[in-house]
Ligand binder design. Structure first.
Ligand code: RIB
Length: 328
């Protein structure tokens, strides 16, 4: 099957091929690896009757601690997708929060041997969740400022089929990670939280994953998702715009745009659903699925992730995802 497919690298060279043919090189599909470089936070989650406005104090419910952080959540999601070796490259404090996150990563089957423990408190996210499951998040980065890309981390990135990163660690860390990639490593960036991207990063990206707000920020314009995707394609070969309950839009330079439908579920907490989407997308790409197929599996996983509280605890298993996809 793999031999029938064109090699992925470089994706830019594939401009002009059909959208469904954006896949990783055959050589890395045999024992696929995903390297996730990013943040790890302890999430302090408070249910609120509604989100407060500026200057307002409201009373919420009891606070609950969950393992979180966009990077760690995405690593857990990639590992739970199955069929890939997932390594998390990040930094944790030498504290109970660090232990909580390391335990959660290990339980999901993520390789944490390249996670540094540093003398700065583990990153902390203050999260309010409304009755409709919508959240607001404030992150105190802490140890995430000290993620290091040393020789061992660089070797693992080079061996990976997919390097997956987000923007909760310093851009310098992402620059070092990107420089460590091999010619056939696919670079996937979830540009969250949104910020301007330097030219070198745009030039290194194969796939950009953003929600509608992030897409508008990066495109520097408003408009429908299709318009935003078109604008972003001037800078990156492939874009996935996630649209929550509306599904996701997969767009490539010359392959056109495809809407991937959402799955209907009862939403409890949306925290980490986007991370689940990204982690599963990366795992499915690493296994050799094309971008549209990967987005379909990721959409099912992301939907299931909203049906339980917390980020990492809510990441579904591959069996649950398959069940939802086949029940459609
Ligand atoms: O995307 C959700 C995550 O954002 C939370 O787990 C929180 O830690 C922040 O990083």
């Amino acid at each position: 099957m793999g031999r029938l497919r064109p090699p992925l690298r470089p994706l830019r060279a594939l401009a002009g091929r059909e959208l469904g043919e954006f896949i990783v090189a055959d050589s890395k599909q045999d024992s696929p690896e995903v390297a996730v470089v990013g943040s790890a936070n302890v999430d302090l989650v408070v249910p609120v009757p509604r989100h407060p406005v500026g200057g307002e104090t409201i009373l919420g419910g009891d606070v609950v601690r969950h393992p979180g952080g966009k990077g760690a959540n995405q690593a857990v999601a990639a590992a739970r997708a199955g069929g890939v070796r997932t390594t998390f490259i990040g930094a944790l404090g030498r504290d109970a929060s660090g232990d909580l996150i390391a335990g959660s990563l290990r339980a999901a089957g993520v390789d944490v041997s390249l996670v540094d423990r540093v003398d700065t408190p583990t990153g902390t996210a203050l999260i309010a969740v409304s009755p409709t499951g919508e959240n607001t998040i404030i992150v105190a980065p802490g140890a995430n400022r000290h993620v290091g890309i040393g020789r061992a981390q660089a070797r693992r990135i080079a061996a990976a089929a997919v390097l997956l990163a987000q923007l909760e660690v310093p851009l310098e860390v992402i620059r070092q990670a990107v420089e460590a990639r091999a010619a056939d490593t696919l670079v996937v960036l979830n540009a969250a939280p949104s910020q301007d991207l330097p030219k070198w990063l745009w030039g290194a990206l194969d796939v950009l994953v953003v929600n509608e707000h992030e897409a508008a920020d990066l495109a520097g314009t408003g408009g429908a998702p299709a318009v935003l995707a078109e604008a972003l394609l001037r800078r990156v070969p492939a874009v996935v715009v996630t649209l929550g309950g509306e599904g996701s839009l997969v767009a490539t330079r010359e392959g056109g745009q495809v809407m991937v439908g959402a799955f209907s579920v009862d939403v409890v907490d949306t925290t980490g659903a986007g991370d689940t989407y990204c982690g599963v997308l990366a795992a499915e790409l690493a296994k050799g699925r094309d971008l549209v197929e990967a987005a379909q599996v990721a959409a099912a996983a992301g939907a299931l992730a909203t049906t339980a509280a917390g980020a990492q605890e809510a990441v579904p298993t591959a069996a649950d995802v398959t069940g939802l996809v086949s029940a459609r």
